[in-house]
Write a protein that binds this ligand. Structure first.
Ligand code: 13P
Length: 336
């Protein structure tokens, strides 16, 4: 690995200064689904316009170190003709790219999924690197129910994440590895802790097997939460306790940083939980622990914008406000 120092510097910069990342890498299908729910036409023109709302938010660089893009967005421009990648760089935001190609069934394991996208990964990495993208993301999906996840699901996904991470580093791109234990279901918070611990332990086993440089990698895990159909809602202090215990026991201290996904939590809960983690465990965390949210940073902005030019400023204000809330939560200074 020729560019190890550069990788490590980029990974550090992604989680520096009590700021985090924003995921604006929804696939066409996912963004269209959110548009449909908000009454916005599901066309490329509207998807471009929405991405412009977020990317050109004045002050975005005050709270955001990096933005994860989707392939379609990489080639788009602002209405004034500035490439989105250039607009982000000018705002002090490092541009990155989602590299996984969604999930497919894991044969022989009903309901379980494995992530696609390894086949042509080396070529895609060269293309994106030449376009100026400096980090990437790959998401694995792990479902919980009475008998899931299987060991096969955990091992297959961890191995794919490690193959992807090794390929990224060889191409000079920092990998974000995202093993997402999904909130769907009525499982307890303790069960989420147990499954998250297994997924992370296997992930780091596979990352070490494939000689991935942990100082040049960012982990994007779920917070440890009860299933969304569980009647007991967890207090932020409890979420923080189980999340931190799980991470401390499974994630080596050499990892550059941890940047959570929001996973369907409302913005207030996501910020409240991140705040409790950083406030209650300030002196115990060996890594910066920050945000890499999509919905908890900009779903309200999407709804406010609603596809209308006259709402752009209000939508940007909402995005910035949530950016600030999470920046405060990263410091343990977020007040509800
Ligand atoms: P959410 O924050 O909406 O979970 O999205 C984060 C993400 O990037 C999922 O891959």
């Amino acid at each position: 690995m020729e560019n190890k120092d550069q990788l490590i510097m980029t990974a550090k910069a992604m989680v520096a200064d009590y700021k985090g990342l924003v995921a604006i890498d929804e696939s066409v299908a996912t963004l269209n689904k959110r548009f449909e729910a908000a009454g916005i036409p599901q066309t490329e023109a509207y998807r471009r316009a929405y991405r412009e709302v977020l990317i050109t938010t004045p002050g975005i660089g005050d709270y955001i170190n990096g933005a994860i893009l989707f392939d379609e967005t990489v080639y788009q421009q602002t209405l004034e003709g500035v490439n989105f990648i250039d607009a982000l760089n000018q705002a002090g935001v490092i541009p990155g790219i989602k590299l996984d190609e969604g999930v497919e069934d894991l044969p022989g394991f009903p309901a379980e999924k494995v992530t696609k996208g390894l086949d042509d990964l080396a070529e895609r990495l060269i293309k994106y690197k030449n376009l100026g993208l400096r980090f990437a993301k790959w998401r694995a999906v792990i479902l919980i129910d009475a008998s899931l996840p299987s060991e096969a699901c955990i091992v297959s996904n961890a191995h794919a994440l490690a193959r992807y991470a090794a390929a990224c580093q060889h191409a000079g791109i920092v990998p974000i590895v995202e093993p997402e234990v999904i909130m769907d279901g009525d499982h307890s918070i303790e069960r989420c802790a147990e499954v998250t611990a297994s997924a992370l332990r296997e992930l780091f086993y596979q990352l070490n097997l494939l000689k991935v440089e942990l100082r040049g990698l960012v982990l994007k895990p779920n917070m440890v939460l009860p299933g969304k159909d569980n009647r007991e809602k967890a207090e932020a202090n409890k979420v923080a306790e189980l999340t931190v215990t799980t991470l401390l026991n499974a994630v080596p201290a050499s990892v550059a940083g941890i940047a959570f996904l929001s996973g369907g939590q409302d913005p207030e809960s996501a910020s409240g939980n991140l705040n409790a983690i950083n406030l209650n465990y300030k002196t115990e965390l060996p890594w910066p622990v920050t945000y890499s949210f999509s919905r908890a940073l900009h779903q309200p902005a999407l709804e406010i914008w609603a596809g209308k030019d006259e709402n752009v400023k209000a939508a940007q204000a909402s995005f910035l406000e949530l950016g600030k809330a999470n920046h405060l939560a990263r410091k343990g200074e977020f007040v509800h």
